[in-house]
Design a binder for this molecule. Structure first.
Ligand code: HMG
Ligand code: MG
Length: 309
């Protein structure tokens, strides 16, 4: 019997402060967001998606983006990323003095036309024209550019999405100079083989080192989907502390897979993440307490129960 070989190290990007909190109806004070970032970096996260520079009319929760970026105490070796859907957002993200700039920006498109319209108010083709100057300006300033492709296996408006659509968007992103693509299952409908096919489509245009998985856990498949991508050699994933989140334009979709659950999985497989699971659980407990709910993580729940004994 032979065993699959897996990457020896995995990088997790905690998207909790952005993807996690963007969906919260009640305003979360900037100070709480800042403390969450602080706790995540103290737990060993090496990349944190902090906020988004989008229209405050569309996503009011992220309206304090500049305040949050200015308030975080940066730790050497940690990368801070933000979403910038257009030049207006990018210019806002770099309007502060250089030490407050993000290390990385994310342009976010979709493999589904309907989702592109609902989420960013333009077609896929138009989105690329909006992203093109953003990508050029960011790279000119030495800011790394990641692209997110939403709805790579299913869309709340169009249903199943074929891998060819993912390949097309990956190619378009590559053409405009996006350096890395994240394959997102926005509504968490994917199962391992479907997710592998979507990832394979992105890999036709991007190197294995330049792709990541971003799995929402709506149907409880995100850990299985993560494992399926690990089997392909993918070693970068977006996860959300305490399983926070959802997308305001993907009704009913729940949060990303919990960072705690993925760390438990990886450490159990002997894969290094650089993350201290105990401190991560504390970070998840901190934000969950603020939101008045329990962490949406099985591993966190189990380990918190164990602490009580
Ligand atoms: P638009 O209405 O087409 O933009 O929105 P516009 O250029 O026509 O401008 C209209 C108004 O928006 C103007 O204000 C602009 O100033 C303002 P007004 O004159 O009416 O007062 N505006 C902005 N304000 C602040 N920052 C900006 C900005 N741009 C325009 N950057 C836009 C286009 C993209 C801005 C809008 O559709 C939007 O903000 N959408 C929000 C999308 C969003 O944040 N979705 C959630 C994040 S994506 C996600 O969660 C998926 C992901 O996790 C992967 C996955 O799971 O799939 C990444
Ligand atoms: Mg997401």
């Amino acid at each position: 019997m032979s065993f699959q070989s897996f990457p020896s190290h995995v990088k997790l990007v905690d998207v909790g402060p952005r993807d996690g909190l963007q969906n919260e109806k009640s305003p979360v004070p900037a100070a709480v967001k800042i403390e969450l970032v602080q706790r995540l970096q103290d737990a060993g996260l090496r990349e944190i998606e902090v906020t988004s520079f989008v229209s405050p009319k569309w996503v009011p929760q992220m309206a304090d983006n500049a305040q949050v970026m200015a308030g975080i105490a940066r730790k050497p070796g940690v990368r801070y990323s933000v979403l910038t859907p257009n030049l207006q957002g990018f210019e806002a993200a770099i309007s502060a003095p250089r030490p407050l700039w993000p290390d990385e920006i994310v342009v976010f498109g979709a493999a589904s036309e309907a989702f592109s319209q609902r989420n960013i108010n333009c077609s896929i083709a138009e989105s690329m024209e909006r992203f093109r100057p953003v990508v050029a300006a960011a790279r000119d300033k030495g800011i790394y550019v990641r692209g997110a492709i939403s709805c790579t296996v299913g869309c709340p408006y169009e249903g199943d999405i074929a891998p060819e659509r993912v390949e097309l968007v990956a190619r378009l992103m590559k053409d405009i100079g996006v350096q890395h693509v994240g394959v997102a299952d926005t509504i968490g409908v994917g199962t391992p083989l479907k997710v592998q096919r979507a990832m394979e489509a992105a890999l036709r245009h991007y190197d294995l080192n330049d792709v990541s998985g971003h799995f929402h856990d709506t149907y409880g498949q995100a850990l299985a989907n993560t494992l399926a991508c690990l089997e392909m050699g993918v070693w970068q994933f977006d996860t959300s502390v305490a399983g926070l989140g959802g997308c305001p334009y993907a009704k009913g979709a729940t949060g990303n897979v919990a960072t705690e659950d993925v760390v438990y999985l990886l450490h159990g497989m002997g894969i290094d993440t650089g993350i201290d699971l105990d401190k991560l659980i504390d970070a998840g407990q901190f934000i969950s307490d603020f939101l008045g709910r329990k962490p949406n993580s099985r591993a966190a729940t189990a380990l918190l129960n164990q602490r009580k004994n």
